[in-house]
Design a binder for this molecule. Sequence first.
Ligand code: B12
Ligand code: SF4
Length: 521
Amino acid sequence: MNALLIYPEFPDTFWSFKHALKFLGKRAAQPPLGLMTVAALLPKAWNKRLVDTNVERLRDRDLAWADVVLLSAMHIQRDSLMAIVERCRARGLRTVIGGPIASSIPAAELKADHVVIGEAESLMSGLALDIEQGTARDIYQAAERPEMQTSPLPDLSLIKMRRYSTMAVQYSRGCPFNCEFCDIIEIYGRRPRTKAVAQVLAELDQLRTAGWREAVFIVDDNFIGNKARARELCVALAEWRSRYKVSFDFNTEASLNLADDPELMRLMRDAGFVSVFLGIETPDESGLIASNKLQNTRRSLLESVATIQSYGMQVMGGFILGFDTDRDDIFDRMVEFIQKSGIPIAMVGLLQAMPGTQLFRRLRREGRIVDAGDGDNTCDKLNFLPNMDATRLVEGYRSVLKRIYSCEAYYERVKLYLSRSQTRPEERKTRQQWLTRGNARAFVTSIVRQGVFGRQRWSYWKFLLTVARRYRHCVGPAMTLAVMGYHFQVMTNRLSSVARLPMLPEKAGEILLAEDGRQIH
Ligand code: B12
Ligand code: SF4
């Protein structure tokens, strides 16, 4: 069997980082780890090829080679996915779709021959056998979520590694919390399941021997979902790094209660974690309570962020506007909070009710769901009727983005973060080794694009001068953040240059949706 694994293209959104990646000469942020894992689960006798359309073209001759096509996607990749499925159908090629999209869109709408809902570890060999024998069913879903120990070493040989800025390694799936809007817990469950430490080290060894020396994203839903296991891995990572003298920088996602655990933060720092993405959501406590994000309540959010930063980890933050509890002052409060937080990369999105979530179910009961959404919460579309006037909400959202991504505001936050990360002496040493070939290229491109041709070049040079004077030990992260800022400025300008507001929902009910987002007429 010739199996062709295809990853559809992402649209150009805040999360694509596309405009920053160009500076680095990279084409995408991360490889499709789901497909690399699925490839490793397929029979050894099958021939495999992988085409990630974010970094290369899908050619007709790739399709001509294949006997079966396996696709993975998030909801947001739907348009590109459907176009690829059409191309396959036109050639009479058998298609299998899996990945998160299969949990948020009804199988029939995906138009594939076979759809796999959820994780693949326990069912892939059965599916492959059924395909070989011509008896494969329309839908596959494992009865139980698999233990992570059964997850194989992802097939690294299938990707064009140098085209990505970061490699991905997964230690755990699932999160113990219960936020109302979250689809992670619906797809991957609330019991964090971890791989064995040895599995993760084997993945890192695979990257090391392939010559990778750049960033590695530990793509867990919540790295500290099981704190004891997180500690165990950190200790092993620190040993591994010192054994091989490999300076991988690790990034991950975690919940804000990380700030309550000095030992874990110390271990993460020693293991080489340089940044962590936190779902902060809103500075308004009533919004946190209403959305059941209780782990973020009864604390000073700003202090928690500063504590984590003081361990040398850059905090990236996820924020949401559009909670029922939001009042007119939420936009100013959000901007003020973000500016005081020293969080340069603040991903502010509009609340979106993803099919399958508790939020979707509640809003549907309340007759407020408009459609299933498109999986992107950083554009200004709404898929439910908000409490606040919809026009006010979307205008307020745009104004927040404009204010936080103005050059001055953005560089202020970067400087605040750099001033806080000074307390990390061992970091200073490694940070001085930042001038890799990739970074040198980004530096030169940044000077030309932002410093010579950029509209905000004066702010840019002022920022560089401050870095040269006060934060010389952090030149690497400062330059990386300057380049990232360029991406967010491009995206923000694009969003706010559309003078007209999008079609805002006025009523629900024209499209009736079942709880999973399926349309019922
Ligand atoms: C790393 C990551 C990213 C990376 C990109 C990774 C990449 N190249 O694809 C970054 C940070 C850029 C990113 C961005 C976004 N992400 Co993201 N991301 C993740 C994260 C944390 C890990 C992905 C991963 O590598 N998983 C590890 C692999 C092994 O798991 P897997 O893909 O699920 O694969 C398993 C099964 O699904 C199945 N499977 C997968 N594919 C296939 C295919 C076949 C044929 C078969 C049979 C089985 C199968 O088998 C695998 C093994 O069990 C996931 C959460 C998660 N736990 O997966 C969210 C997640 C995928 N992201 C999500 C979202 C919403 C986004 C954004 C849209 C965010 C936003 N608000 O705009 C953006 C989109 C990017 C863009 N350009 O706009 C959602 C998707 C929800 C959905 N229903 O579609 C997730 C699930 C998180 C969440 N909140 O629910 N993301
Ligand atoms: S902490 Fe994050 S991953 Fe966990 S339930 Fe809440 S939103 Fe979901």
